[in-house]
Design a protein around this ligand. Sequence first.
Ligand code: FAD
Ligand code: 2HG
Ligand code: ZN
Length: 565
Amino acid sequence: MTCRQPLTPVLRQLTRTTSFELGRQSSRSQASSLARTAAKASAASGSRRCFSSSQPRPLKATASVRQAQSKDDFTSTKYPEIKRDERFASLTPDHVAYFRRLLGGNGSALIDGVTGEAADDLAPFNSDWMRKYRGHCQLVLKPSSTEEVSKILKYCNDNLLAVVPQGGNTGLVGGSVPVFDEIVLSLGRMNQILEFDEVSGTLVAGAGVILEVADQYLAERGYIFPLDLGAKGSCQLGGNLATNAGGLRLLRYGSLHGTVLGVEAVLPDGTVVDDLSRLRKNNTGYDLKQLFIGAEGTIGVITKVSIQCPQRPAAQNVALFGLASYENCQRAFREAKSQLSEILSAFELMDEGSQALVHQVTGSKRPLESPYPFYCLIETSGSNVDHDSEKLQNFLESVMEQGIVADGTLAQDETQLRSLWSWREGITEALGHLGGVYKYDVSIPLSQMYQLVEDTRARVAEAGLLGDGEEHPVRAVVGYGHMGDSNLHLNISTRRFDARVEQVLEPFIYEWIAERQGSISAEHGLGLAKKKYIGYSRNPTMVGLMKQIKRLYDPKGIMNPYKYI
Ligand code: FAD
Ligand code: 2HG
Ligand code: ZN
């Protein structure tokens, strides 16, 4: 069920006595043929391909997931304290007729459950990737141009119709789906790559371009998209910007706040904000595009993106280590930074609990022979194979000799490289197959990061909720994440949603974070899931300013209502 190839048994185990063969050279032509191979593989594997479709792909329901979501499990039922804003109009056939005229009556541009029966077609737009939130939307609009987005929003603003922008619907905080009967504005048809400058590496693309498609386009030209994440086959550039997604290589390429050069967006009253700059430097007043990055669709709709893309690395290596303690993970990170420095492109952490669950779901052979309490995945990306190999060789020998790393394996080719990555990238999906998951995406100083997992596990166990038998709602409390960015993903995997679990977890986790001046949302945003908890990471002055910005951009409050602001 994971997107990657199963792990081949020929991965070489690292030992103190082994000398390692390093350096997977990926020339420009190899990169493009890889992209073609991936595209062919995805076509051949049909529904088995996880994140390749441009259609929103809700998690395929396993029996336990189905059990976790009952038929009437609407967000509005689960959270009765959230009331529909009575100012908003309800959709009428006249409204639908307007949109039909605007979008040309094209069947693929509109899903209408107002004047006809469309429950099955509407379902994927109403439900999030985790099947945790479910709305009552009756109308999905799929514009294909900025002009159409502008006319839709102006009409909605004039008629007080609430709107939820939706990209690939892979968000993990319930921000991309309606709560009540908001219109879903799906950006998937705005999927053109508009411009690419081969000298500067500047890409301009529609908001609906799928991240993996953008990256494959760039691979064929020797470039790489500066963001990569497990949902790349479904998530869209507009959604990536709207959530300020972080992903697996932020350590190397930095955040979207740095790499995005320009944005075109439409305000709720239909105004088109053309800030689609291709310039790296532009200090002419406030940098307004930054407001749309991370706004989660609350102030406008992103329609186009201009982004600075780096050169695709010619050489890439991936190693996976087993470590005896979290202390050793920190030491390994310190050594990686000092010895690999500019070629280090990812440093990811996984605990044994997370890996055991991936193994349980996929049945794939594990990369290391014995289990270890922790694993680190290290990736290097550089331009010179020999130089990178020598550096990595020295690093591996040094961490083994110092006893920092207990065991490890190094990918020898592209297939193995993808296999190793699948043990990290596949965690979210594997957990999703096992039932409900409570997710906490937090930022904490590295020294204390894993302590949160241990304290949470102890608390859940103490409450009698954690165990192997069916009588325990919680199956496991696991931690993994982007260690290189001090970003932990604490996941509580449950057999079924149980109100007692949430009570034990919240506000405990948020208080724990606030005491350490951490962030309750490192990269996923706030959406609906963390709406109530913004005050744990932002002070009243900042929340007040955010509310003023919201009122300025969206005075009628039609954009993604009921969410964090
Ligand atoms: P959606 O889920 O459709 O929308 C997300 C939010 O953005 C919503 O509030 C929506 O209203 C708004 N929005 C969408 N499009 C627009 C637009 N054009 N204009 C204005 N607002 C818009 N996230 C990370 O940060 N790092 C990861 O490593 C990561 N890994 C993931 C792995 C898996 C398996 C999954 C399922 C998710 C992962 N995510 C990760 C979360 C998610 O993929 C990202 O948040 C992604 O950026 C969302 O993109 P999307 O197109 O699916 O947006
Ligand atoms: C990741 O890093 C994603 O894999 C998802 O951000 C994390 O599922 C999660 O909690
Ligand atoms: Zn993440």
